[in-house]
Write a protein that binds this ligand. Structure first.
Ligand SMILES: Cc1ncc(COP(=O)(O)O)c(C=O)c1O
Length: 377
């Protein structure tokens, strides 16, 4: 008999919320017009696209025109980094980011280094947090852009964005944050965070894959990555998918209610307590104990290999390191940057909870882990 399936990998991707797929239906069925056309067939698609843009803007508390739809979180990050660098390289060539960014930030930075950019990768502490003083020290007159993620995908640590963006603003430097993991889990008000650019990934918040958005503060010019007709205010050419945009818009509307996060935080904490009872000091929490996404529990089973545990936890979907680059038995760059000892870090498993997670799921996983690690000892 196959084991009961439990999905605890919501940071890798979420299912599409039924209300999101319902909102997309009219676009699938009827509204096929090109949103840029001027006739009757275009009108409903255009209206749906702009309503969706408004929903994203409402969640981020910005203006509708400040939202650029993209093909996902990676594209939003690429557009922010390359777009800002290309548009502002006359002012300088220095970018500051962190060692724990997602590859969708690290790799564009590496690419820009080939084009002459100088990039500083800030360290983090043992909980995965950047020290704003390190940022202050890294600033030079040539710095044009700072990119620090809002919350880390692997360990869930929330970065001190306001402190860092204030510093950037004081130096007249642009500030980008990758909010792929934080949107829908914690408040993401672009004015409170005081950022110039913020990336959203649809499939992390119950919208389909292949859609995302970049907030670009009014008046800030960025070079498009895709040149063509003047879609998205000249910032991203290509006929928009009103279908996917509507999915993201509806998902953002649903995400504005953060109350359900209390339930997930409660389940997550119950999970952690149960693991501590079961394993004592053989289990270690990775990430910040309090400044952490409410759905994320990254734990290390000391002296074990996380991927081997997961392979034997039949039916349980979770992740070692990040799902985007799993499958390799080496300490993830994030845990390495946190200076986690290899015998601890190799035993890391990220459990990430979401709307479908129940108390029964958690109890069952704790019990199965208990059985597995008792017999494997
Ligand atoms: C922090 C972070 N940034 C960016 C991305 C990339 O987003 P997408 O998969 O939509 O390209 C991810 C996805 O894992 C992520 O976790």
């Amino acid at each position: 008999m196959s084991a009961r399936r439990v999905y605890l990998d919501y940071n890798a991707s979420t299912p599409i919320d039924p209300a999101v797929s319902a909102a997309m239906q009219p676009l699938l069925a009827d509204h096929y017009g090109n949103p840029s056309s001027e006739h009757w067939a275009a009108a409903p698609a255009k209206a749906a696209l702009e309503a969706a843009r408004g929903q994203v803007a409402t969640l981020l508390r910005c203006r509708t025109e400040e939202i650029v739809f993209t093909g996902g979180g990676s594209e939003a990050n690429n557009l922010a980094l390359k777009g800002a660098f290309f548009a502002h390289r006359d002012k300088g060539d220095h970018i500051i980011t962190t060692r724990i960014e997602h590859p969708a930030v690290i790799e564009p930075c590496r690419f820009l280094e080939h084009l002459g950019a100088r990039v500083t990768y800030l360290p983090v502490d043992g909980a995965g947090r950047v020290d704003p003083d390190d940022l202050r020290r890294a600033m030079t007159p040539r710095t044009i852009l700072v990119s620090i993620m809002h919350a880390n995908n692997e360990v869930g640590t929330i970065e001190p964005i306001e402190d860092c963006s204030r510093l950037a603003r004081a130096h007249g430097v642009l500030f980008h944050t990758d909010a792929a993991q934080s949107v829908g889990k914690i408040p993401t008000d672009v004015n409170q965070l005081d950022v110039d650019l913020l990336s959203v990934a649809g499939h992390k918040l119950y919208a389909p894959k292949g859609i995302g958005a970049l907030f670009v503060r009014d008046g800030l010019s960025i070079e498009p990555l895709i040149h063509g007709a003047g879609h998205e205010g000249g910032r991203r050419a290509g006929t928009e998918s009103a279908l996917l945009a509507v999915g993201l818009g509806k998902a953002c509307e649903l995400a504005s209610d953060l109350v359900p996060m209390d339930r997930l935080r409660g389940l997550r904490d119950r999970f952690w307590q149960a693991l501590q009872v079961q394993f004592g000091n053989r289990v270690v929490l990775n990430g910040h104990p309090t400044h952490r996404l409410p759905n994320t529990l990254n734990v290390s089973f000391v002296g074990r290999i996380g991927s081997e545990i997961l392979a034997r936890l039949d039916g349980v979907a979770a992740s070692t390191g990040s799902a985007c680059h799993s499958g390799r038995i080496e300490l993830s760059p994030v845990l390495a940057a946190m200076d986690i000892a290899p015998e601890v870090g190799m035993g890391a498993i990220r459990f990430s909870l979401g709307r479908g997670t129940t108390g029964d799921d958690i109890d069952m996983v704790v019990e199965r882990l208990g059985d597995l690690l008792a017999t494997a000892r």
